[in-house]
Design a protein around this ligand. Structure first.
Ligand code: HEM
Length: 413
């Protein structure tokens, strides 16, 4: 459904504006634009709870910026000061513990919500025409958010920050030819310290605001193309759609309240579920922790990294696992979007989720012993899904018949 489609035309024209609103509107029609995009904007009537995650991500992003700005005011990006300044935020700054808890819980739940949001796109085929650019803008966001999260994790300068930085800079150093120079540039010298921290602090801060800009683009693209829906068919008549206000504003609000409850429960009752205890020990280059592992959201990529015998090969495999998502709109040849109507690919997609989780488990166990075999098989399946199942098998797949319209699928004739 696009703005010009008949499915968008069921809402009566807005009354003319008077007073200050009329004055502003005559000069800059922002009020009518807001009304068109966030009040009258029509969406398919059958969106399920998975469509709440875009709004959830937007709100958590704002929370991350708000808390991040206050944390930055009290943070010192130096080798000697970083850990102490974070401790001081936690223990001495009024409300500092809450700021930091919100920022850390927010980072974890942001990544969790991002994976759900991405899975929704994979399941309902939201990457297919005409939403390819929407999908690509989402992937740019994914890469940017991952880089922001990684840079942020360095800042407390605990043991995991330091040794995580050590693993990644050395992995970059393994790139043939330019690797050692890149490693030197990334580390900011021969050892990780003041320069590295200062750069990563700036990078973390800067990327977070760039993400906001790209989100603006992403949401604009959603509004140009209209939302996909669980059936994966385009709305045909106004009966297939409902306006954003009041239907989806209230639905998004319910989703946000449930999410806020999970957020608060994790933050107040289980603050250490998602956080590595080793990072409460200051960085010590002379003492390697028994277990160096990244945050849970990077574990699948870490599993893949370790499943390949050469360091550079592992880096390539990890990077390829992300890059392949960019080609997805052109790899999947099926004319049907939603997995609801694609029985074989649907099983394949659940297999992909299982492979992703198994890679994470293997990463957690350093891909040693039996886990190495698990990681390799899961890695092969992961790439097989995109390179074999979707392009080749899905062409021959017998899909289930699509309903004639969204309203008809809901029993309205
Ligand atoms: C900072 C991160 C992100 C934010 C704030 C964000 C925000 C949003 C919002 C507000 C919507 C509209 C509501 C909805 O459909 O849920 C949306 C839709 C969408 N997003 Fe994102 N998004 C982000 C990252 C991503 C990523 C990583 C992808 C995947 C590659 C992605 C793919 C999509 C797609 C395909 C849609 C349209 C879905 C449909 O209509 O079926 N987004 N996003």
């Amino acid at each position: 459904m696009t703005q010009s489609d008949p499915a968008n035309k069921a809402t009566p024209a807005a009354p003319a504006m008077t007073g200050l609103a009329g004055w502003i509107e005559a000069r800059l029609p922002v009020i009518s634009a807001f009304r068109a995009e966030y009040i009258d904007f029509r969406l398919p009537r059958n969106l399920n709870g998975l469509w709440n995650f875009g709004a959830i991500l937007t709100v958590v992003l704002l929370l991350m910026l708000a808390t991040g700005i206050f944390l930055a005011m009290n943070y010192t990006p130096t080798n000697a000061g970083a850990f102490l300044s974070v401790e001081a935020i936690d223990r001495q700054l009024a409300g500092g513990w809450l700021l930091r808890a919100m920022h850390m819980t927010g980072a974890n739940l942001f990544l969790a919500a991002l994976y759900v949001h991405l899975f929704r796109g994979l399941y309902y085929g939201s990457y297919k025409a005409p939403r390819e650019l929407l999908w690509l803008s989402g992937l740019v966001l994914l890469v940017m958010v991952m880089a922001t999260a990684f840079a942020g994790y360095m800042l407390p300068w605990g043991q995991m920050s330091y040794w995580g930085a050590d693993v990644i800079t050395k992995a970059v150093g393994a790139i043939p030819g330019i690797g050692p120079s890149l490693e030197h540039i990334m580390a900011g010298g021969d050892h990780l310290g003041d320069v590295f921290l200062h750069r990563f602090f700036v990078l973390h801060f800067l990327l977070a605001f760039l993400v906001v800009g790209v989100v603006g683009l992403h949401v604009t693209i959603v509004h140009v193309n209209g939302s996909n829906n669980p059936l994966g068919i385009e709305p045909r008549t106004p009966r297939d759609t409902v306006p954003f206000y009041p239907y989806y504003i209230s639905k998004d609000l319910v989703g946000l309240i449930v999410f806020a409850m999970v957020f608060a429960a994790l933050m107040f009752f289980w603050p250490n579920v998602l956080i590595e205890a080793d990072n409460y020990t200051p960085a010590d280059p002379m003492h390697t922790p028994a277990d160096i592992e990244p945050e849970w959201y990077f574990l699948p990529f870490y599993g893949l990294l370790q499943s390949v015998p050469s360091k550079f090969g592992g880096l390539l495999a990890s990077a390829a696992s992300l890059l392949i998502l960019f080609a997805l709109p052109w790899l999947d040849r099926s004319p049907v979007r939603s997995m609801r109507f694609r029985p074989l690919c649907r099983i394949g997609l659940f297999g992909l989720v299982a492979a992703f989780i198994l890679l994470a488990a293997a990463g957690k166990h350093h891909a040693q012993g039996g886990w190495l075999i698990v990681a390799r098989l899961a890695g092969i399946y992961y790439f097989g899904y995109f390179l074999v199942l979707l392009p080749l098998v899905s062409r021959k797949e017998k899909t289930r018949p699509l309903p004639s319209s969204i309203a008809a699928a809901q029993g309205e004739h």
